[in-house]
Design a protein around this ligand. Structure first.
Ligand code: ATP
Length: 509
């Protein structure tokens, strides 16, 4: 939370001077690329002073969790606050994008007294503005002023705050971009991209496309090997778009049996098939106003491809067993790991759907193409994440561990790296990761923690003469058995996603 108390003495300088100096200050702070928290802190402090408010607070939208969170805790009473997006006047401003000016909060039904109760503070007048670059841009957060000295906030205060909130929104976008490029101070709490790590050139090109695509409703096709972050970027597109406060709904085309895909996507009417005892809405309906993420598009059965094409063309569809043509306002993002051109050439994928899906095409680089520096940055990032999660001290890597990480070729990409680091953190109580905590390369013996692995000493006997698909299938089956049928665990131990695992299990005999 960035909350600031105004100076106790009434500001004697003309209001317009301090207002002007605040804008100038903000501009120069931005130019100097200061720490984002410092920027918000200063903005709050000066804002409170310029508008004679007793308090100023900045809330940011955490689109992934669907709530509002305060940025830096300067308020002495509370460390930080998080609240549902729809609660209170701040929530109202965040969801509607409208400025709210209130003379007496206790008489406004939208006012939520929870924070006042917790702090013993009494809110009277309020002025709350959305942080957004313009009327069409997504709301990034809200800036809230409380208890103006002398009289409630007026029209001029409101105009001024709106102008300032626009500047803050620009600062937020800029800082986000810098953080995404790895050049910034690692900022933007829950903001777009703050969970995406990597500063290689290959990734910078991806960030740029994601940013641009997010500003439109164009259908996006994300391509990349397993574990390269397709789901992560799909979500990044959603949380950076104007649809960010609406649902993000995923349909996994691989894990669904073919006969269920259609009803999963478009829903079904009562009596559509045996067991359909009630009408069930499909994922397109559930995603209304938001984004539908179609994972592993290449696995969509051919007979459903035509229906998806129609939906992409005019957003219309029918429920299974229904005759009524329905519509949904949904943005579609697709992902695939497979070679769609080949699938088209082999008649497994409709050419027209292929062109419809790839209006914007984003290729995610394999981790080995991103270079060892990105590997190291990601490793440090995951080490911090898992050290916090497992209550380990501040983590670090020995030089031999780093060498090992930097030299590996990462067939399972970022997911594989994440699992390696998670496991190393679990095995290193002092947070110090050495090469001994990492899996050894194939042929160099078992990883140090293999003894604790569920499969113990299990072996798979594979006769020569099998196809590679068959070898993979048998190996994966053995791992699933060793994990007592737990496919998520098996996928994790194999360093692949569940999708890849399901595909391997379905490989032809
Ligand atoms: N650049 C990144 N920064 C931080 N984490 C990342 C990055 N890329 C991927 N990850 C993490 O790696 C894991 C795998 O990513 P994700 O599930 O998005 O991959 P995917 O390409 O969709 O995989 P699959 O095709 O197997 O479904 C996730 O935990 C994700 O958060």
């Amino acid at each position: 939370m960035t909350t600031s108390a105004a100076p106790s003495m009434l500001d004697t300088a003309p209001l317009s001077m301090s207002r002007l100096s605040l804008l100038v200050d903000l501009a120069s702070l931005l130019a100097r690329e200061v720490d984002f928290d410092a920027l918000l802190g200063t903005a709050c402090e000066r804002l409170a002073k310029a508008l004679r408010a007793d308090r100023a607070t900045i809330w940011l939208v955490d689109a992934e969790r669907g709530d509002l969170v305060t940025r830096v805790a300067l308020l002495p009473e509370l460390p930080s606050l998080r609240q549902p997006l729809e609660r209170g006047i701040a929530g109202h401003v965040a969801t509607t994008g409208q400025v709210v000016r209130v003379d007496d909060a206790s008489r406004d039904p939208r006012f939520d007294p929870t924070a006042d109760r917790a702090t013993g503070y009494t809110t009277r007048s309020m002025l709350v503005a959305p942080i957004r670059e313009d009327g069409a841009a997504p709301v990034r957060g809200v800036v809230q002023l409380l208890n103006r000295a002398g009289a409630p906030f007026d029209e001029e205060d409101q105009r001024y705050l709106v102008a300032l909130a626009t500047q803050l929104a620009r600062a937020l976008s800029l800082t986000t971009l810098r953080a995404a490029e790895g050049g910034g101070p690692g900022v933007v709490l829950q903001g777009p991209f703050n969970r995406i790590v990597g500063r290689s050139e290959r990734l910078a090109a991806v960030y740029e496309k994601v940013q641009l695509a997010a500003q439109t409703d164009a259908t996006v096709l994300l391509r990349g090997e397993t574990g390269t972050g397709k789901s992560l970027f799909a979500r990044a597109i959603h949380v950076n778009s104007r649809r960010q406060t609406r649902p993000f709904v995923t349909v996994d085309c691989t894990t669904l049996p073919a006969q269920l895909v259609e009803s999963e996507l478009f829903g079904h009417e009562r009596g559509a098939f045996t067991g359909a005892d009630r009408r069930v809405p499909g994922k397109v309906e559930l995603a209304e106003g938001g984004t539908l993420f179609l994972d592993e598009l290449g696995d969509l059965p051919l007979d459903i491809q035509g229906k998806l094409l129609r939906f992409l063309q005019d957003r219309s569809f029918e429920r299974v067993g229904g005759r009524q043509s329905l519509r949904a306002d949904v943005r579609v993002v697709c992902a695939t790991h497979c070679d769609l051109e080949r699938a088209v050439a082999e008649g497994r994928f409709r050419k027209d759907l292929y062109y419809r899906a790839r209006v914007v095409e984003i290729d995610l680089p394999a981790l080995r193409e991103r270079g060892p520096d990105d590997v190291e940055t990601l490793a440090r990032h995951f080490a911090d994440v898992y050290a916090t999660r497992y209550g380990r001290p501040s983590p670090g890597f020995d030089p031999d561990a780093l060498r090992h990480l930097r030299a590996h070729t990462w067939p399972g990409n970022v997911r594989e790296l994440e699992h390696w680091v998670e496991s190393a953190i679990a095995l290193a109580p002092d947070g110090r990761i050495s090469a001994g905590h990492l899996p050894t390369r194939r042929g160099e013996g078992a990883p140090p923690h293999a003894a604790a692995a569920p499969e113990g000493d299990a072996r798979v006997a594979l006769p020569l003469g099998l196809t590679l698909d068959e070898v993979t299938r048998r190996y994966v089956e053995a791992m699933v058995r060793a994990c007592e049928g737990n496919k998520t665990e098996a996928a994790k131990r194999l360093g692949v996603g569940r999708n890849t695992l399901s595909r391997a299990l379905r490989a032809k005999h």
